[in-house]
Write a protein that binds this ligand. Sequence first.
Ligand code: SF4
Ligand code: SF4
Length: 439
Amino acid sequence: MTTPLMLFLAVLGHVLLAAHALRQGEWGLAAALAALPLLLLTRLGAARLVSGLVLVLGALVWVQAGLSFVGMRLALGQDWLRLALILAAVMLASLGAGLWLLGRRAQELFHRNRAVELPQTAAFALAAGLLITARAKASVPVLLADRFLPGSGWLEILALALYAAWLAGAFMAPPRHRELRPRVWALFSAVFFGQLVLGLLGLQDLLMTGRLHLPVPALIAAGPLFRGSGLFMAILFSATVLFVGPAWCSHLCYIGAWDDACSRLGPKVPRPVSPRWTLWGRFTALVLTCGGALALRLLGVDGLTAAWLAAGFGLVGVGVMLVVSRRLGVMAHCTAFCPIGLIGNVLGRLIPWRVRIDRALCTRCGTCARACRYSALSDQDIEAGKPALPCTLCGDCVGACPHEAMHYRFPGLANATARAVFLTLIAALSAAFLGVARI
Ligand code: SF4
Ligand code: SF4
């Protein structure tokens, strides 16, 4: 008897929250809340946790609504007791159903994919939180859905949060992460550039603001130095590094996906770039782009000339991908040419995410080195038990090692937990970037 009653209260709780949102004029939020109980039909562990969290947060909404309604009635000298009792009952029903879904009793009913229910729920919540914040704070409608149908951004947030949850679940198995990563990354890049091309062809809504800039990663650092303003991309990049270290360059960069695709057209076994190039090649590019940007600014060079120079730099980079990456099967552009890759690697060292080799399990078979497209695993690196500077935490070696000797590490966390937390963050960021990254 308890289970049908609690399920009924759970569905009712969502419907009442949806009605409350509709009353506030948020039809998109109302539709998203009304759709959420459908997730319970999947019997997925994450569905009960997401739904439970929404109902518990919903109880707080009812407390706040109750206080404000009662306050209004008191101010008008009207009867308030009946209303307060009704809202208290709704709040208790929402809280009770939420806690029941979060508790042990509901676990048996929602038994599917229990092993990944926590990462999936966390990825859902984080992606939704990031997108809700971006939507609330941005000075322009940042979500595409809102631009075409105002208010429907909530449905886009729901769709992207579900995508994050799916990604997190799929990433939990190392070989699946290795297989999916390039596809998810390529999809993001295709959506990013697809929007740019369609925007330039006249669909202005697909551009962020209409103030265009070149999609050359080096400009993340060089652009603000030349303009003296426009720190958005630099802040986005730094925030990403703060969350996931250098993984911008293996999961989130719109251009890196091209280098990844080019390297995969080359030999199956990558021919690594020498450490001299990975450090000094990129350092030279950093000095040239940042020093050049400052010099252009001091010389008073106009924006158009600077843009042509930046476009030239970007085109040389594309040439490096098409010729060198394709020939060697490694990401030559990202590991030897792109200055942002070097900044990501160096700043990423300040964040404690690492990939490490368990030397007790490692047989020195070299399978991990053959999986690494970032030239980060020489024989010496394997012997030392840690990848070299160009490592971007892509995880390909973790999925490739037949002896399970490669691990993600984070101080204080067990290896499996560190990997789950790291990939949950990546899944949430991938979904959020898909929703908001455009030029
Ligand atoms: S190295 Fe540069 S192009 Fe490559 S992924 Fe990183 S920022 Fe992007
Ligand atoms: S060492 Fe492993 S995690 Fe680091 S870049 Fe190479 S394959 Fe990716």
